[in-house]
Design a protein around this ligand. Sequence first.
Ligand code: CAA
Length: 261
Amino acid sequence: MTAEDTLVIRSEIRSNGVAVVRINRPEAKNALNTEVRHRLAEIFHALAGDARVRVIVLTGNEKYFVAGADIRELAEAGPTEMHLRHNERLWEAIGRCPKPVIAAVQGYALGGGCELAMHCDLIIASNKARFGQPEVKLGIMPGAGGTQRLVRAVGKFQALRMLMTGCLVNAQEALAMGLVSEMVEDSQTLSRALELAGEMALLPPLALEQIKEVALAGADLPLEAALMLERKAFQLLFDTKDKQEGVAAFFEKRQANYCGE
Ligand code: CAA
C-alpha cells in the first residue's frame, strides 16, 4: 500500500486550470468523518486561493459519491459536542468557494453527501446515481443545509417528500425535479464534468465569480435588492481587462484569452 492509497482526499491540479478533488474512504462508502471534513475544508481553502485553479470538480468513486455523515461519529455524540465540532465552519469552505465547483456524482449521494452535492454549482449525475436525505430514518434531520438548499433547489413538495420520508430518488427523478444539472451514462460522469470544467476554465474568472455570488446571494434577497446587487456586479466587470479582451475577441473573430484581471 502506498501513502497515496491511505489519503481520504486526493486532489490534483491539471494544466488547464481544473482541479479534481476525489473523496476516498471506500471502507465507509465515502462517509464524511472528521478527517474527511477537515481535509475537504483545507483543500477548498487552498484551491480558492490558488491562482492556477479556475474550476473545481468534486467527486467520489464509481459506486459512492458520499453515503452521508459518518454515523459512527454521530452515535454517541451529544448536543454540546455537536456544537463544539463547528462543522458549519468546514462546510463554509465549500459553500463560500468563489470559484465554480462541479459535482460529478456516481452512486449514492445521501444525507451529508446530498448536501455536499448541493453545495456545488453544477451537478453532473450518472444515470445510476441515487440521491436522498434519509436522516429522518435515524431519528435526526439534515444539519448541513438539506432542509434549506433542497427546498430552494426543487421546491417545497418534492423537497418535503424526500426530507419527510427519507426516500431515495434516482437520477431520472433528480433531473426531472431540478436537483441535477445533467444526467449522463455512468461511465461518462467524470469525463463530462471535466469537459464542462475545461470549457468554464476558458471563461473570465471574475465574471464567473460575480455570477456565482450574485445568483446565490440574490436568491435570498428581496427582488429589488437582488437586482441592485446584480447591477453593481455587472458595472464592476466593466473595469476588468477581461471585459476588454472579450469584446475585442468578438470583433476580431478569435478565441478570447482571459487573464482573470
Ligand atoms: N456512516 C458510516 N458508515 C457507513 C455509512 C455512513 N453514513 N454508510 C455506510 N457505511 C458503512 C456500513 O456501516 C458498512 O460498514 P461495515 O462493512 O463495517 O459493516 C459499510 O459502509 C457498507 O455499508 P452497507 O453494507 O450498508 O452497504 P450497502 O451497499 O448495502 O448500502 C448504503 C449502502 C445504501 C449507502 C447504506 O450503507 C446506507 O444506507 N448508509 C447510510 C446512509 C445514511 O443514512 N446517510 C445519512 C447519514 S446522517 C447525515 O448525513 C447527517 C448530516 O449530514 C447532518
